[in-house]
Design a protein around this ligand. Structure first.
Ligand code: FES
Length: 112
């Protein structure tokens, strides 16, 4: 089981801590904990709307594939810590991960 600290770039969102089981993706963990993150392609690594920054704990997450790298480069404001949450599968084990969800208000189809 992992503890994920979730920060938000959007100022009116408070940071949260959630528990997510190994083997799930960070996107799945967020959805199960009722935290909104866009996933317009249906979590098949074919868009950039699930873009997050992994601030700490990247070593607990499956490595980035070439396909993810290709898409993450097209996200708004990519950084070294950028990942696509639907591709961030948690390794076997436990630990703590900290992520930041970028401002999603400019994403087409964003309803929140
Ligand atoms: S939901 Fe489209 S790449 Fe993750």
């Amino acid at each position: 089981m992992y503890t994920i600290k979730v920060n938000f770039e959007e100022k009116d969102h408070e940071s949260k801590e959630i528990q997510v089981e190994e083997g799930l993706s960070i996107l799945e963990g967020l959805i199960l904990n009722k935290i909104d993150l866009n996933h317009n392609c249906g979590a098949v690594c074919a868009c950039t709307t699930c873009h997050i920054y992994v601030e700490n704990g990247n070593d607990h997450i499956e490595e980035m594939s070439d396909k993810e790298e290709d898409y993450v480069d097209r996200a708004a404001n990519p950084r070294l810590e950028s990942r696509l949450a639907c591709q961030c599968f948690l390794d076997k084990g436990k630990g703590t991960i900290e992520i930041t969800i970028p401002d999603q208000s400019d994403i087409i189809g964003h309803e929140h």
